[in-house]
Design a protein. Structure first.
Length: 402
């Protein structure tokens, strides 16, 4: 009987179910459409010390604690970005149904949700603390392409004009064409240029550049990607250039696309009789031609690399010469004023020295003395100046003041 009892005891102990974390996450999220709901529950009733959910970014290498709950406390969100967007709830301890749940609404979901998740539960098994960890589950991400039209850029017009809705080029000009758009992820849609002339589409097959980059360095927007394409196209006749974001399976021709935008362009053999305004897509200044006769204006490449008229360069040359002449006149005038000021200063010093000499000579004699003679009288008597100048031009009297 004792052997049978021991056998039954170990049989029951060995048959006890092991606690397993049951983690539920969506297999994929569509940005702007789906909400994120994370849920973790133990498979068995036990005293739960902690339930926690961890996350590893899809392009990351290690897990970090996202949210957890301890007995007798509210859930704690460790990630700052997740805390601002998520609604969390849960229970731990002796609860009949221990759980941890976090929900992010569809308009709050961002690229940080893209990654791997796992759940850890710490619990008591008898008097021993145990930890059970769930399998790692991936929440994949789908970013739809933008419904906004692409951004299309062309080289500036090289002929003056006043039509804000078109570009104008010399016939044969090679035009730089660039375009960028949000094309979705992970299935990033392709882009193309199409030229429309007289209702006929022409596909630009030779792209200089076609690359994809994240729309932002911010991790919350890192899954939104932008495609950029560049091309060079020689214009010979007027038309329209289209930039298409398209589905390669469905939109096989230039006339079909997901989103698209276009710009008009025209060509001309030489720039005559065209006026431009400040809002024009032309980079050359306006040339108003009077008298009813259109005279071609020769165009040359200026110092900055832009096309300007030859007369514009001559005007700048003449203006520079005039400014140099004015500067020379001002320089000569300043020299003359300096010499005149120096002469006036010397004359003033002469008057001061004469007055000082006369005053000293007069005071050194007796009031009734007849021997007093002014500096001017002595000059007239000896028929020569009694002063001399030093090397700096200052006047020095011959007689000492005693």
């Amino acid at each position: 009987m004792l052997d049978l009892f021991v056998f039954l005891f170990f049989s029951v102990s060995a048959g006890r179910a092991v606690l397993v974390p049951r983690l539920q996450v969506p297999s994929s999220l569509r940005l702007g459409t789906d909400q994120l709901q994370l849920s973790c529950r133990p498979s068995e009733s036990s005293f739960i010390n902690r339930i926690q959910i961890e996350r590893k970014p899809a392009r990351g290498s290690q897990y970090s604690l996202l949210v957890y709950i301890d007995p007798g406390s509210d859930p704690v969100v460790k990630d700052d970005d997740f805390r601002s967007r998520a609604v969390v709830k849960g229970e731990a301890g002796f609860a009949k149904v221990a759980f941890l749940e976090a929900i992010v609404s569809q308009n709050q979901v961002n690229c940080n949700e893209w990654g791997y998740y796992k759940c850890k539960i710490t619990y008591y098994d008898g008097n021993v603390t145990q930890t059970a960890t769930s399998n790692s589950l991936l929440v994949d991400f789908i970013v739809p392409p933008s419904s906004s039209p692409p951004s299309l850029m062309l080289s500036p017009s090289n002929i003056p004009h006043n039509d804000v809705n078109t570009y104008r080029y010399l016939r044969g000009t090679t035009v730089f064409v660039g375009c960028r758009a949000e094309v979705g992820f992970p299935a990033s849609l392709p882009m193309r240029f199409c030229i429309k002339k007289n209702s006929v589409y022409e596909l630009v097959t030779d792209l200089q550049t076609d690359y994809i980059t994240p729309a932002s360095t911010n991790s919350a927007k890192s899954c939104v990607v932008v495609r950029t394409i560049l091309a060079l196209y020689p214009v010979t006749t007027a038309g329209k250039v289209y930039c298409d974001v398209y589905n390669a399976t469905i939109n096989t021709g230039c006339a079909t696309h997901m989103t698209s935008t276009y710009e008009n362009f025209s060509v001309q053999d030489y720039p005559v009789c065209n006026t431009s305004s400040s809002t024009s897509k032309s980079t050359t200044p306006a040339r108003v031609i009077t008298g009813g006769t259109a005279t071609p204006i020769p165009m040359i490449r200026g110092s900055a690399g832009t096309m300007v008229s030859a007369t514009q360069d001559y005007t700048l040359l003449i203006l520079g010469c005039v400014l140099m002449l004015i500067a020379a006149v001002l320089f000569v005038t300043s020299i003359l004023l300096f010499l005149q000021a120096k002469k006036i200063r010397k004359e003033a010093e002469m008057v001061m020295i004469r007055n000082t000499y006369d005053s000293v000579q007069f005071n050194s004699k007796t009031a009734a003395s007849a021997n007093y003679s002014s500096l001017e009288n002595e000059e007239n008597h000896y028929h020569q100046p009694l002063e001399k100048q030093d090397s700096d031009g200052y006047v020095v009297p011959k007689n000492s003041f005693r």
